[in-house]
Write a protein that binds this ligand. Structure first.
Ligand SMILES: *[C@@H]1O[C@H](CO)[C@@H](O)[C@H](O)[C@H]1NC(C)=O
Ligand SMILES: *[C@@H]1O[C@H](CO)[C@@H](O)[C@H](O)[C@H]1NC(C)=O
Ligand SMILES: *[C@@H]1O[C@H](CO)[C@@H](O)[C@H](O)[C@H]1NC(C)=O
Length: 426
């Protein structure tokens, strides 16, 4: 089945509709956030995709030519995108990073995200992002949504889909129907997908204001009848008149191995900034498409399914190419592959509903300093810190190029080849 048919319930729209949809593998997972905390290690952990020029800070006049590869399907996309990382909180109080898995109909990327650039359904002119453009969607400190007006774009911009087995319960366009604004409160036996829409209206002037979001806005007015931004043809507000491609991102969290729910029934997942509600999920974008490639793609790639091969304006990379573009972790700390006594950066779990506060006393690596020069190049990826004698758990990684963790699985599971970069205990 083609992914697009999953949206069939909303395909009664009379509009032509065009988009590109593609996977980007994981580049690195570490406490970097060059938008919010340039030059210093971030308070919380992010998963990062895109070009390998990513760093603790990215020059405001970032030149895509400084990247030698990208984890994205289109070679021209030298942008970076990142989101917070989901952890499982064990009933004994320790935290394990939730692995990610490939989305449906994207090939075999190593984790990462699925990225969409969506044009308005009414065929209106779309203007590519200018060089130097950056933005943020969401706010890591938010812990409730009662202040957001219902039936507006912003009220459904950040949501979750609760999959039953094998991507079941995949109904309606993202953010519609049973998708929730909070982390699902029930067990999702097939995993949880984050749905993040960025604002698609720009003031036409500002590349990156100090708050990283006031230069952009969501389209005005009530949502279409299906309740999702996906087919939103509403106009941009007069304050932000320039229509940008609408960036939408999906992350599939492989929660299948975490069946140890607290006896009180509360959901056990928590975002890396200490958010157990999900209201604080957020994403960052640094535009970095080469030349006018994104504008050309928006002008000429009008396939309604957004399949990469149908976009002749761009260069498609193989799974092997996107999975081999990687960065070494530069913060000397373990963030995944084992149960951790606390979240990286010492973030306490803050359920709200009040706005979360920064935790000021933390002895984690370089929370307010730079990357220590002694560890900047020497730190191994976290997975390498696992003792080689350990056995990988059910669903954990057990092989793949550049992987140095355990290669045998806890009984009764066996290590199964998934692609050259990822084998899994199944
Ligand atoms: C990141 O920045 C550091 C410090 O300026 C530099 O040594 C390193 O080469 C940079 N890495 C990349 C991938 O640009
Ligand atoms: C918590 O449980 C996990 C999974 O069983 C175990 O690996 C870890 O050692 C436990 N930690 C503590 C502090 O009890
Ligand atoms: C809900 O969140 C908003 C935004 O962070 C905050 O201003 C408000 O105080 C919160 N409500 C409660 C009851 O804490």
């Amino acid at each position: 089945m083609h992914w697009r048919s999953l949206l069939s319930v909303v395909l009664v729209t009379p509009f032509s509709h065009a988009l590109i949809r593609f996977p980007c593998s994981q580049l690195v997972t570490e406490r970097f956030d060059p938008l919010v905390t340039p030059g210093i290690v971030s308070p919380h952990l992010h998963q990062i995709i895109g070009a390998n020029a990513f760093n603790l800070s990215i020059p405001s006049a970032y030149d895509p030519a400084t990247a030698s590869c990208t984890t994205c399907r289109f070679k021209e996309d030298k942008s970076n995108y990142w989101t917070a990382v989901l952890y499982f909180k064990h009933p004994n109080g320790t935290f394990m990073r939730v692995p990610q898995m490939a989305n449906q109909y994207v090939g075999s990327p190593n984790g990462g995200m699925t990225v969409y650039y969506i044009q308005p359904p009414n065929g209106a002119k779309v203007t590519s992002f200018p060089r130097g453009f950056r933005m943020i969607s969401g706010d890591p400190f938010i812990r409730n949504n009662t202040w957001i007006p219902p039936n507006t774009a912003v009220s459904r911009a950040l949501t979750f889909r609760c999959f039953s087995d094998n991507f079941g319960n995949n109904n309606g366009s993202p953010g519609a129907g049973t998708d929730t604004v909070n982390l699902p409160k029930q067990k999702c036996t097939g995993g949880i997908r984050s749905n993040i829409y960025f604002p698609s209206c720009w003031d036409g002037v500002t590349l990156d204001p100090p708050d990283h979001h006031s230069h952009v806005a969501y389209p005005e007015g009530p949502l279409p009848s299906d309740g999702s931004l996906f087919f939103n043809a509403n106009p941009c507000p007069s304050s932000h008149p320039v229509r940008l491609p609408m960036i939408f991102m999906e992350t599939v969290w492989d929660t299948r191995q975490f069946n140890m729910w607290p006896t009180d029934g509360s959901q056990p997942f928590v975002y890396s900034m200490g958010d157990p509600t999900g209201y604080g999920q957020h994403a960052d974008y640094v535009f970095g498409w080469e030349g006018d490639s994104l504008q050309r793609a928006m002008d000429t790639c009008t396939d309604i399914s957004g399949v990469p091969d149908s976009c002749k304006a761009l260069t498609v990379q193989t799974d092997a190419q996107i999975n081999s573009c990687k960065q070494a972790v530069q913060v000397n700390e373990v963030t995944e592959g084992q149960y951790l006594p606390r979240l990286p950066g010492c973030n306490p779990v803050q359920p709200g509903p009040a706005r979360a506060t920064m935790f000021s006393t933390c002895d984690a690596v370089s929370t307010t300093g730079g990357v220590p020069s002694s560890t900047a190049t020497a730190a191994p990826p976290p997975t390498t810190s696992m003792p080689s004698s350990a056995q990988a758990a059910h669903y954990a990684q057990c092989g793949g190029k550049n992987y140095n963790g355990p290669t045998s699985c806890q009984a009764p599971y066996t290590c199964k080849y998934s692609n050259d970069y990822y084998s899994q205990c199944l």
